[in-house]
Design a protein around this ligand. Structure first.
Ligand code: SF4
Length: 347
């Protein structure tokens, strides 16, 4: 296998080459190339954050077949936090040392725009210095719908209330045929990309995810990465790409995720997304050992302590409350130099 895939040597990787790489069994050559691309950007540095999750509600009207997390309103286990609850949780996380709060929840049209703004204000009341990464573009689009305001107006209000960045969730896989089966009632791929485009134009930095290991084909993975690369060429607004392996949990879809597939996806992402600065492999989703290996396959960020993360846990990941010392030792144990940074990569 030809080993130098990096931009500059042979130009950008095109779709057919990306597909060949994904289908190839030569994972070591792919990993070596991705590790070279990663080292050229970040040397021996690897990033982590000290952050926590506030999942304000698990009530969702969309109920995607792929989801293990959501509940119907009134169903056992359904909950919705008040802004005061969010404030109390944030105070606790701040005392534990977090400097960033991640906020997501289900799609719940009973919540008005003021609720979402009050949640942000509650976090800022607990600590004006806290970086808030909140609300996927799916949630922002719902806010726009229920409030009658444009998405740009919603973004402006969220920023004024303290929003620091938007997470990359809801992207799943862009293929319409796959989306119809795993998340039929969520934003379409085109709507997700357009909502991201608007966020970037409003000066909001975001991440981008890809959920893989369910019913997608290699062509769908390649298509997803190229659509992200195209948008990043246009706006430059993405900070990190975050591949997420699908776990079945309580959902109706089988998982075909595997360790080898994780390695390939991570390495290919690093090579295709030559305009993304960071590839993040959250240890909350991959586990510590796989995150360490992925640092050698193109990734440069193992995510955060992410205290009280609920979505991956609902899908079957073990709950593990990681300390900052644990994150540093995870990175050092993989042979890299740990750097603490928030989601905007303020080190
Ligand atoms: S993936 Fe998101 S939108 Fe779909 S059911 Fe779960 S919480 Fe709701």
């Amino acid at each position: 296998m030809e080993k130098n895939f990096q931009r500059g040597a042979y130009g950008r990787i095109d779709k057919s080459r990306a597909l060949d790489l994904l289908k190839s069994g030569d994972i070591l050559s792919l990993g070596e190339a991705a590790n070279g691309a990663r080292a050229a950007r970040h040397g021996s540095k690897a990033y982590y954050a000290v952050n926590a999750a506030v999942t304000y509600s698990n009530i969702c009207e969309v109920l995607c077949p792929i989801c293990s997390f959501s509940r119907r309103a009134g169903q056992e286990g359904a909950y919705r936090l008040s802004p005061e609850d969010v404030y109390q949780r944030t105070m606790k996380f701040k005392a534990m040392g977090a400097d960033e709060i991640h906020i997501i929840g289900g799609m719940d049209s009973k919540l008005g725009l003021d609720y979402y703004l009050d949640v942000l204000r509650a976090v800022k009341r607990a600590g004006s210095e806290l970086n808030i990464v909140a609300y996927t573009v799916s949630e922002c689009s719902l806010m726009s719908k229920v409030s009658g305001k444009t998405l740009e107006e919603v973004y402006g209000l969220l920023k004024s209330a303290g929003l620091g960045a938007i997470p990359g969730g809801g992207a799943e896989i862009f293929s319409d045929a796959v989306r119809r089966r795993i998340t039929p009632d969520k934003l379409s791929a085109g709507e997700w990309l357009e909502a991201m485009r608007k966020a970037h134009h409003c000066g909001i930095r975001t991440n981008a995810t890809m959920l893989y290991g369910h019913i997608e084909e290699p062509e769908d993975v390649v298509d997803h990465l190229f659509r992200l690369r195209d948008l990043q060429d246009e706006t430059g607004g993405f900070k990190a790409f975050v591949p997420l392996p699908f776990r079945r949990g309580a959902s109706r879809i089988e998982s075909k995720a595997s360790g080898v597939y994780d390695l390939k996806i991570c390495a290919l992402s690093r090579l295709v997304l030559d305009n993304f600065e960071h590839i993040r492999v959250p240890s909350t989703h991959f586990g510590d050992r796989m995150a360490q290996i992925l640092l050698n396959f193109g990734a440069d960020d193992v995510g955060g302590t992410h205290w009280c993360e609920e979505v991956a846990v609902a899908a079957g990941m073990e709950r593990k409350e990681r300390t900052e010392a644990h994150m540093r030792s995870l990175i050092a144990g993989a042979g890299f130099e740990p750097f603490r940074a928030n989601s905007n990569y303020a080190v």
